[in-house]
Ligand binder design. Structure first.
Ligand SMILES: NC(=O)c1ccc[n+]([C@@H]2O[C@H](COP(=O)([O-])OP(=O)(O)OC[C@H]3O[C@@H](n4cnc5c(N)ncnc54)[C@H](O)[C@@H]3O)[C@@H](O)[C@H]2O)c1
Length: 283
């Protein structure tokens, strides 16, 4: 199947970047959120990523405008009537995702593939909110989606082989590297990433070491580009907390849930997207 037009639902931390990646490959994309303010933030994110390349002398300004015109922002589903592939990137809550999948089932043509960027939830459960569970698949980007090449293509219980193949093809068409995964908790990458993060979270709480000190040591040792607490702020503490709880519930105590992270989420301090988490962030 060729994707002539794509859709992205949810224009938050991931949605704007995902729309950028799709348009950058020359494919028109409609970007939807519930509020025009969030749509505008997503459009601005997509634009700022091209602007960075213009500033670095790697893209000319006309090309930026041409690419940005491929992203159409909306708060409604009217423009979803001719999409071929949609990626849902709304908050990591199964109730919200199932509602969005059932709305997409109504709004999109029958041949369209409906994909989820979920980090941990069941693709099968989302698929069962539609009349086309065989055309529902996981399509998991990594932050920042404009840079990270990997996409986990996740096979739900009902996903057909044709859908898996079409998702793999689409990932390659937008210049990403797909890997096929089964529907296991944490899939591949988050299971690996969270096992090492768990040890750092555990040590921090057992010893009371300052989170900034741990981040500094990790970054200076070049074990990772940024430390684990700063990274969690960038990813969104609500999303990271949900994934870590899911892994602990699925695999037991070898995965750790950071108590202070839970408190921050309860206080609405979700990291960069709300301006405060483990760190303060300029808006
Ligand atoms: N943040 C990450 O690093 C990361 C990485 C990979 C995957 N994910 C996954 O991507 C998904 C989105 O995560 P995020 O970090 O971008 O979340 P986010 O909270 O930053 O953004 C979610 C957006 O969805 C919008 N939204 C809520 N309900 C909606 C609806 N019914 N229709 C349209 N838009 C709606 C919100 O207004 C918000 O703008 C989650 O499933 C998450 O697990 C996140």
């Amino acid at each position: 199947m060729f994707v002539f037009k794509a859709g992205v639902v949810g224009a938050g931390t991931m949605g704007g970047e995902i729309a950028h990646v799709i348009a950058d490959a020359g494919i028109p994309v409609v970007l939807k959120d519930v509020d025009q303010r969030f749509v505008d933030q997503g459009l601005e994110k997509a634009r700022s990523l091209w602007q960075g390349r213009v500033d670095a002398g790697k893209l000319d300004a006309d090309e930026l405008e041409r690419k940005h015109k491929l992203v159409f922002g909306t708060t409604g589903y009217e423009s979803f009537g001719d999409v071929d592939f949609v990626i849902e990137a709304v908050p990591e809550r199964i109730k919200i995702k199932r509602t969005v999948f059932s709305e997409l089932d109504e709004a999109t043509p029958g041949h369209a593939i409906l994909a989820s960027n979920t980090s941990s939830l069941s693709v099968t459960e989302m698929a069962l909110a539609t009349s086309r569970p065989d055309q529902v698949v996981g399509f998991h980007f990594f932050y920042p989606a404009s840079v990270m090449r990997l996409i986990e293509v996740i096979e739900g219980d009902e996903t057909s082989l044709e859908t898996m193949q079409a998702a793999v093809n689409f990932a390659q068409a937008i210049r990403k590297t797909p890997i096929r995964c089964g529907e296991t908790p944490g899939f591949v990458v988050n299971r690996i990433l969270n096992s090492s993060a768990s040890e750092l979270w555990r040590v921090q709480e057992e010893t009371g070491t300052d989170v900034k000190e741990i981040d500094k040591i990790v970054a200076e040792s070049k074990a990772a580009p940024v430390g684990p607490f700063y990274l969690c702020d960038l990813l969104g503490l609500d999303t990271v907390l949900h994934v870590s709880e899911h892994l602990r519930d699925s695999y037991g105590d070898r995965f750790y849930v950071h108590a202070r992270m839970r408190e921050l989420v309860a206080e609405g301090k979700l990291g960069a997207k709300t301006g405060e988490g483990f760190y303060e962030h300029a808006s």
